[in-house]
Structures are given as structure tokens and as C-alpha cells.
Design a protein around this ligand. Structure first.
Ligand code: ADP
Length: 204
């Protein structure tokens, strides 16, 4: 299914840009993803948002994942991979997309490699940021957004899960030659500018 999406895009000689943005919880991935995607005219696929929207709407999926997410744990790979596979098959993804928050485990990264083929991603943007100030930023966000997964113990747990399960993906993408590291410290505008400049340099 994904192979055929790819072929269609290539046959039409249209530009496709397939990106992934990574970074620890609270690094501002979602905000930056929305900015980059709108600049490039591609959809953002945020697994966190998909899960939250299902929870809000009280769907079967939402009921299944609520407790896991509230505890700061990862939703099982099989569920997450199926959701992304379905989303990537939608027509608006045919000319590119920006993944935000997926993959988060090596299993998910392998699944994505299978969905897209070996040269599937044009670039993986990695926000490099000091972990400690992030906790403070997330506590502030918790007050504003009232997210149940944003209390201090859960935030620390999410950082640990990130370090153990997700950080190893950086080497995976570095080895594949697609990792683009960007300084994630600073204002939202500063980071956006760095990201766009890095995409330019990487000729994406
Ligand atoms: P943040 O950017 O603050 O880490 P997200 O909105 O990306 O938050 O994700 C919120 C939560 O949704 C995660 O803590 C996790 O429980 C769940 N989640 C999102 N994406 C994935 C994924 N790829 N695999 C497993 N769980 C996920």
C-alpha cells in the first residue's frame, strides 16, 4: 500500500517531502511541527494528538489508551503502528508529511522503515535540548492545558521512558544518514528559524 503511494508520487515527478521531528517530551516538537508543515504545505501526523482526540471523543481506542497515556507510558507498538499505517494511507499524505511523535521505539522505527521503504524519510530533525529546564516548561504547560499526563512524577517518568526507549532511535537515523540535529534551546521563533535553515542546508 505504501509502496504504491511512493510510486504514484515518483511517476508524477512531484516533490514529496517526508520528515520526522524528534525530541524529548516538552521540547516543543508539536509547535515546531505545525510551523514547518504549514511552511512546506504538508500535513503533520502527531500520534499524541490522535490519541488525545480519541480520548476526548470517548472512542474505543481512546478508552483503551487513556490510562496508559495518563501514566506517562507508551501505547503498545501494535496499536500505534496500525494507527500510523492507516493515517499515512490517506490521500493528503501522498505528497509528503511530517511525523511528530512517531516512531518512539525501535520496533516502531522498523515498522516505519517497512511502510516507507529504505529511503523513506528525507530528514529526521532532532531537537537537542537540555532535559532539566524542560520539566519546568512542562509544569507550566500543565497549568495552561490541564493535561493529566503533565504532573511532576509523570513528567519525570516520561523523560526516563524517552531516554530508554526513544533516544536509541537517534543512532538508527544517524546510521541511515538522515539525522539533522538542531539546537532546541531558545525561543520558539529562534528554533523555527534554525529548523528551516537546517532543512535548507540538507536540501530538503
Ligand atoms: P510529548 O510531545 O509531550 O511527548 P505527545 O503528544 O507526543 O507528547 O504524546 C503524548 C503521549 O501519547 C505519550 O506520552 C505516549 O503516552 C503517547 N504516545 C504518543 N506517541 C506515541 C508512540 N509513537 N508510541 C507510543 N505512545 C505514544
Amino acid at each position: 500500500m505504501f509502496v504504491s503511494l511512493r510510486r504514484t508520487a515518483n511517476e508524477n515527478k512531484e516533490t514529496t517531502v517526508r520528515l520526522l521531528i524528534m525530541g524529548p517530551p516538552g521540547a516543543g516538537k508539536g509547535t515546531q511541527a505545525a510551523r514547518i508543515a504549514s511552511r512546506l504545505g504538508i500535513p503533520t501526523i502527531s500520534t499524541g494528538e490522535i490519541f488525545r482526540s480519541n480520548i476526548t471523543r470517548g472512542t474505543a481506542l481512546g478508552r483503551e489508551v487513556k490510562r496508559i497515556i495518563d501514566a506517562g507510558d507508551y501505547v503498545p507498538d501494535a496499536i500505534t503502528e496500525a494507527i500510523v499505517a492507516e493515517r499515512l494511507a490517506e490521500p493528503d499524505c501522498a505528497h509528503g508529511f511530517l511525523l511528530d511523535g512517531f516512531p518512539r521505539t525501535l520496533h516502531q522505527a522498523d515498522a516505519l522503515d517497512r511502510m516507507l521503504g529504505v529511503t523513506g524519510l528525507d530528514a529526521v530533525l532532532s531537537l537537542v535540548i537540555d532535559l532539566e529546564p524542560l520539566v519546568a516548561r512542562m509544569l507550566l504547560r500543565a497549568k495552561i492545558e490541564n493535561r493529566p499526563d503533565d504532573n511532576e512524577a509523570t513528567i519525570r517518568h516520561r523523560m526516563d521512558v524517552y531516554t530508554q526507549a526513544t533516544e536509541p532511535l537517534l543512532s538508527h537515523y544517524r546510521d541511515a544518514g538522515v539525522l539533522v540535529e538542531v539546537d532546541g534551546n531558545g525561543s520558539i521563533d529562534e528554533v523555527s528559524e534554525r529548523l528551516l535553515a537546517a532543512l535548507d542546508t540538507a536540501k530538503v
